[in-house]
Design a protein around this ligand. Sequence first.
Ligand code: CO
Length: 179
Amino acid sequence: MAILKLFEYPDKILTQKAEPVVKVDADLEAFLNDMLQTMYADRGVGLAAPQVGVLKRVIVIDPFQEEDENGVLKKGKPMFLVNPEIISHSEETIFFCEGCLSVPGQRAEVERFEKVTVRYLDEKGVQKQIEAEGYVSVVLQHEIDHLDGILYIDHLSRLKRNMLLKKLEKMRASQKAKE
Ligand code: CO
């Protein structure tokens, strides 16, 4: 397994639409495992292939990690989703404070569907379906958005988006100053 390079805002790859996977094979499974390891290394709960520079419709999520006594996250229930597709959703929405490994150090509240049903292939190519609500539903919508070149900050008002991007710039500038 390997840790992959993460692409951050404003890299153009994050705004591109990813292509469906045609063949689920051992190479893809190895890539999914690398994505998962990369996600854990950065303490993320989800990761989409475009975030590591690959325009394929695959995501990995693990919303149920817990910290051990040393503050290290333990593996929860990781899931690999190939060609995920939201086939239905609730009318009701929820607000949730989201962050993203491609927009480091920032968080903002985003409105999402409360429930979604997602159809996908697992890492063995078997078609599956998951009905998710609340937190897991939010994670799925956030990651599937990445496959269409959409970041969570794209759901914010222009004012909030600009404020967040200013904070990101400031954070990067002060990190650079420390180097
Ligand atoms: Co993200």
